[in-house]
Design a protein around this ligand. Structure first.
Ligand SMILES: Cc1cc2nc3c(=O)[nH]c(=O)nc-3n(C[C@H](O)[C@H](O)[C@H](O)COP(=O)(O)O)c2cc1C
Length: 494
């Protein structure tokens, strides 16, 4: 193509954050090479551990600006590094990840046309072809085309904040945007929904966008994801990283100003995480609005429970912990279970002490565990735990095995024949036989100082210095007070 003709075509900066997916990058580069749109530059910021991608670039004829990060920067900073590599005269930014590739040879031309034909828009996106490859050859592929629904597009055109209610834009590779100075990048505070922050930033400044249902980009579903196919995409209401991101998004874009977003925030973020009225007020939500949504939420929970009955699935009834504080206190003295998990080891122990209450404006369960319990070593590695409170009482076997033996010596879950149930928010499982469950994330852990007791009879009785740490009853060890934020509370129904 003559240089003059090229000059009239906007320069597209294809920005690729790479991370250990050399097969994907190779497939992507191949699809870029085949594009009929000539005026492009390719930038790769490589966060890979190995030099496979570097080797690939070095041995191909394709012209690439390439940086292999000496220190791994992490998902979001690496994406930003790739975007920052764009030339000053680039007019469009097209981010592609190692899972994306162009569907056809004219895909990029079509992406460019979306923006050149709609000068008022700064952002465009297409449908996606999701390709699952189960074998070696192309004949082993199954492809599903996905695109945002008409309702979503219509709602987004009316108000870009609709994105908060569900992101149908799809994979990053399905988007293209106009370059600006500085270029739009990802918000580094985001841990879960960084794409949404980028879309929000662009759409807030330029609410008009262009969309085609045509799957201009293909997205390869990785084999690893296939293995995990049964795993549900985490819902906001169950994933803690999502919880943080949605809170931040709500604050950053003043989403309380939209009634729809406020309601979404209440139903899908605040109520499932048991947030208080005070916290709702911090989110510009009135007590009346919160209370009425709370009623609707409870009713919806009840009808979901009824619908699930008889399906054979493990059912959990969400509870407000304050409704059960008395029950928890009454049962604790007879024993509850405290379960921990680190590096695939799961351990449970009997606890008799514990406090349910409010601290740092959060609902907390404080548990008290002696310094040399095996549980402490697991908690130091993974700062999450579940508390399982019986509806009646722990069985003698549970008390004997989980209250008098250490996880250092035996597998208590196996010995006591306990059934583990997948958790909702954290990584530590619940226990079916002991159904009232609090999922907790450690906020604070402090070793108690035995010299500070006002009641001097306590150290002598409860911390006998002549009893070895290994003793499962009272011994010379001080307790750690472990303050866990209660991030989910429910009763398992068998
Ligand atoms: C009824 C009962 C209540 C208990 N309460 C506690 C407690 O609150 N804190 C504690 O550190 N140990 C408590 N224990 C002792 C632990 O359960 C026991 O030492 C256990 O073996 C520790 O397990 P681990 O070494 O696997 O962590 C209790 C034991 C019983 C039987």
């Amino acid at each position: 193509m003559a240089n003059e003709q090229m000059k009239e075509m906007p320069l597209v900066s294809i920005c690729i954050p790479a991370f250990n997916n050399v097969t994907g990058i190779e497939r992507l580069l191949h699809s870029i090479e085949q594009q009929d749109y000539p005026n492009i530059e390719i930038n790769i910021s490589d966060d890979s551990d190995s030099d496979e991608v570097e080797w690939l670039i070095g041995n191909s004829d394709i012209d690439v600006n390439y940086v292999h990060n000496t220190e791994k920067s992490g998902l979001v900073p690496n994406r930003n590094a790739a975007v920052r590599m764009k030339s000053d005269n680039a007019q469009f930014v097209k981010i592609m990840t190692g899972d994306d590739y162009f569907t056809n040879t004219d895909s990029l031309s079509k992406f460019v046309a979306l923006l050149t034909e709609n000068p008022q828009a700064a952002f465009a996106f297409s449908g996606t072809r999701e390709v699952v490859r189960q074998g070696e050859g192309a004949e082993d592929e199954t492809a599903t085309d996905r695109a945002a629904s008409d309702e979503f597009i219509e709602a987004l055109q009316k108000d870009y904040r609709h994105l908060f209610l569900g992101n149908e834009i799809g994979s990053l590779g399905a988007t293209i945007y106009r370059a600006s100075e500085p270029a739009y990048i990802f918000d580094v505070k985001s841990r879960f929904a960084s794409d949404m922050f980028l879309y929000f930033d662009i759409l807030r400044a330029h609410p008009e966008f262009v969309f085609t249902k045509e799957p201009l980009v293909s997205f390869a579903v990785r084999e690893k994801r296939l293995d995990n196919k049964v795993e549900e995409v985490p819902r906001v209401s169950r994933d803690y990283r999502a919880y943080d991101d949605y809170n931040y998004m709500y604050d950053k874009y003043h989403l309380w100003e939209s009634e729809e977003c406020r309601k979404y925030m209440i139903r899908n973020v605040l109520l499932p995480f048991n947030r208080s009225y005070a916290e709702a007020r911090e989110k510009h939500i009135s007590t009346t609005e919160y209370a009425s949504e709370w009623m609707a939420f409870k009713l919806a929970g009840l009808s979901k429970e009824n619908a699930e009955e008889g399906t054979g699935r493990i059912q959990k009834k969400d509870i407000q912990v304050e409704d059960y504080a008395g029950h928890i206190m009454r049962k604790l003295t007879g024993g509850a279970l405290l379960t921990t998990k680190a590096e695939d080891e799961i351990n449970t122990m009997v606890i008799g002490w514990g406090t349910v209450g409010i601290n740092w404006n959060k609902k907390v369960f404080v548990t008290y565990v002696r310094e040399n319990r095996h549980t402490i070593s697991l908690l130091q590695k993974n700062k999450e735990f579940t508390v399982s409170v019986p509806m009646e009482k722990l069985t003698p076997t549970m008390l004997e095995i989980c209250g008098r033996q250490s996880g250092r010596d035996i597998d208590k879950i196996k010995e006591a024949e306990l059934t583990l149930i997948d958790p909702e928010v954290i990584s530590v499982p619940a226990i079916k036989e002991v159904p009232l469950t609090l999922e907790c994330k450690v906020l604070y852990m402090q070793k108690q100082d035995l010299s500070l007791f006002e009641d001097e009879s306590i150290p002598g009785k409860l911390y006998p210095q002549d009893v070895d740490s290994k003793n499962t009853g009272a011994n010379k060890d001080p307790h750690y007070a472990i303050y866990g934020e209660i991030v989910d509370a429910y009763i398992i129904k068998s």
